[in-house]
Design a protein around this ligand. Structure first.
Ligand SMILES: Cc1cc2nc3c(=O)[nH]c(=O)nc-3n(C[C@H](O)[C@H](O)[C@H](O)COP(=O)(O)OP(=O)(O)OC[C@H]3O[C@@H](n4cnc5c(N)ncnc54)[C@H](O)[C@@H]3O)c2cc1C
Length: 559
């Protein structure tokens, strides 16, 4: 009798695998991104090219694709107790997570903006963050909060001086030890409670002085809970609690100086729609030891100086998702045939790809312009005013576009896009998050309007930024006139807030593209987004546009 295992494979073959495009890997995510490279040159950060090119190679590598897959498939696990029953409140991560965390630190994605004392430092760091957003967005959460913590800790310079070097270290040290025994420190932020995330004035957690001293720099014991706390193994974290003077900001250590866990308990980890590699937890403070940071009773304002920076990161992260989705769509449709023609060459698909490429280029410029304003703010009052309003505008609009783009890109992949083997399914689940956290859409629009009404300099700076392209396209000139009318008559802002912020974002993107991008891109953007020559869905551009030029600029070149 013949052994079935000895029969040739061909005797049982059912089909050949054909017409499957394969993975888009083995490319340099920086070198192949024309819009990003142009933005880096324009905004004084060309000196960072070697670092960006180095990271770009990692982000486009098969290794990165594997790490991202593994870190999201093998999700973090909570271990509340050790085997003897002692409370430990630890989280176990897959080795892929630790490798990603090592890399994100090593490339300066946390530190560069603060440590490179030269123009363009924040712009360069923002580009690193944007590249990571295409690699594995989960690790961007701890990196972002650690980077942004400097904004809040500056309110307490003595405390910042104690920790700054380790916060900005390029080493990754995951050991559960007190700060003094570690080579680097991660910083988290725990604000959201069950009853309120946006309206932090409803904070219930209370702080009681731990000794006779009270006020900034004094020690307190905190009792209460937080409903969302990402990175529960943070070495340090900022949080909010009530004192008699109102809601104040506090800094707590994850592990106390004697090596014990600070007095917090992790109740459970969230089962999330996306961002699964990153653990987000529910915690209770049971007499948590913490130090007051900044003015007593002004805790929300103190933490907003951190949140302003994390909002920039949200815009960068969503621009990254849009870019990554767009190049995946171009890759897939360029290598898959239907009805005797490559999908990318089917006229309706070509229109969609061009529309996606416009979104990607415009998102990249807007997010990077916000980073450049942050960079220039210490040296230039006009840029400081612009930074105040540009960051929330970019956060609102770029984050709003990401889910729409991801939905189209998933569909462009057909059934393959809906299966977890492919990165698009993961990025699709990730897409709404940047819009949600660090101020959801409505809250961000209200923040823009607050900036414009309370800080007239910001309105002037916004106008100047858009007007820098005045005369370059009639549709932009028309948008500028509308903006002037809106700013001159700030009545009834709130119900129209989304509409107003959207039109500001589009005018900003158009202005940037007219000044810095090829004319095919800028003209197509103005015709479709400002003059309204399009439908509501993506892929509805007017057909006379130069789709080929627009797609070619976005495409990752074949190796
Ligand atoms: C994966 C994940 C991780 C997170 N990690 C953290 C973390 O580490 N630390 C932390 O502190 N928080 C964290 N959060 C919480 C997040 O910041 C909040 O969910 C967010 O701020 C919204 O708060 P909320 O959920 O209470 O919603 P709500 O405040 O109830 O808002 C619900 C909706 O109402 C809208 N809204 C609110 N106020 C107004 C208004 N005045 N006018 C019109 N509309 C309004 C909002 O825009 C939103 O769309 C995380 C959330 C997620 C999903």
């Amino acid at each position: 009798m013949q052994n079935p295992g000895s029969q040739t494979v061909s005797a049982h073959a059912t089909h050949d695998v054909t017409n499957q495009p394969g993975d888009l890997t083995g490319f340099n995510a920086y070198s192949s991104d024309h819009a990003l490279r142009d933005a880096i040159r324009t905004f004084n950060a060309a000196w960072a090219t070697p670092n960006l090119t180095d990271l770009g190679a990692l982000i486009g590598s098969p290794r990165m694709a594997q790490l991202a897959r593994d870190a999201n498939r093998h999700v973090p696990e909570l271990r509340t107790h050790d085997r003897f029953g002692n409370r430990i409140d630890m989280v176990d991560y897959h080795p892929a997570w630790h490798e990603l965390m090592t890399e994100i630190r090593a490339h300066g994605s946390i530190s560069l903006g603060w440590t490179a004392d030269r123009p363009g430092a924040h712009t360069a760091r923002a580009a690193l963050s944007y590249l990571w957003g295409q690699g594995e967005p989960g690790v961007c959460c701890p990196a972002t909060m650690t980077f942004a913590s400097i904004g809040a800790l500056r309110h307490q310079p003595d405390i910042l001086a104690c920790f700054q070097a380790k916060i900005l270290s390029s080493e990754y040290d995951p050991r559960p030890l007190p700060p003094g025994q570690k080579t680097s420190l991660s910083v988290g932020m725990a604000m959201t409670e069950k009853q309120a995330g946006s309206d932090l004035r409803q904070t219930q957690t209370v702080a009681a002085p731990a000794g006779n001293a009270t006020g900034p720099g004094a020690r307190y014991h905190l009792t209460g809970h937080k409903w969302f706390f990402s990175v529960p193994l943070s070495d340090l974290f900022l949080t909010l609690a009530r004192t008699d003077a109102g809601i104040s900001c506090f800094l707590a250590q994850g592990w106390l100086d004697d090596g014990s866990r600070n007095r917090l308990q992790i109740q459970r980890l969230k089962e999330k729609c996306g961002n699964r590699a990153n653990a987000s937890s529910e915690i209770e403070f049971r007499g948590l030891e913490a130090i007051m940071i900044g003015e007593e009773g002004r805790g929300i304002a103190t933490l907003l100086d951190m949140a302003h920076l994390t909002r920039l990161e949200c815009a960068l992260g969503s621009a990254a998702l849009i870019r990554q989705a767009t190049i995946q769509a171009i890759h897939h449709t360029s290598h898959r045939t239907a009805f005797q023609r490559k999908l990318a060459d089917q006229p309706i698909m070509t229109n969609l790809l061009a529309d996606l490429a416009l979104e990607a280029e415009a998102a990249t410029w807007l997010a990077m312009r916000a980073a450049a304003a942050l960079d220039a703010a210490p040296r230039d009052d006009g840029q400081k005013s612009l930074n105040r309003v540009l960051t929330p505008i970019a956060k609102y609009w770029v984050c709003r576009r990401a889910p729409a783009v991801l939905a189209e890109v998933l569909e462009a992949h057909g059934g393959n896009g809906f299966v977890e083997d492919h990165c698009i399914a993961r990025l699709y689940r990730e897409a709404p998050l940047n819009g949600l956290w660090e101020g959801s859409g409505n809250v961000i629009c209200l923040d823009v309007l607050r900036a414009l009404t309370r800080a007239p300099d910001s309105a002037d700076a916004l106008h100047a930024e858009i007007a820098a392209a005045k005369g370059l396209h009639p549709a932009l000139d028309q948008s500028l006139r509308q903006l002037e009318a809106t700013l001159a008559n700030p009545q009834n802002f709130e119900p129209n807030a989304r509409r107003i912020v959207e039109s500001m974002a589009l005018a900003l993107q158009a202005s940037l593209l007219l000044r810095h991008a090829p004319s095919d891109i800028a003209d197509a953007f103005c015709a479709s987004r400002l003059a309204g020559d399009r439908g509501i869905a993506l892929g509805t551009l007017p057909s006379h546009l130069n789709f080929s030029a627009i797609i070619t600029r976005a495409r990752v070149p074949a190796r």
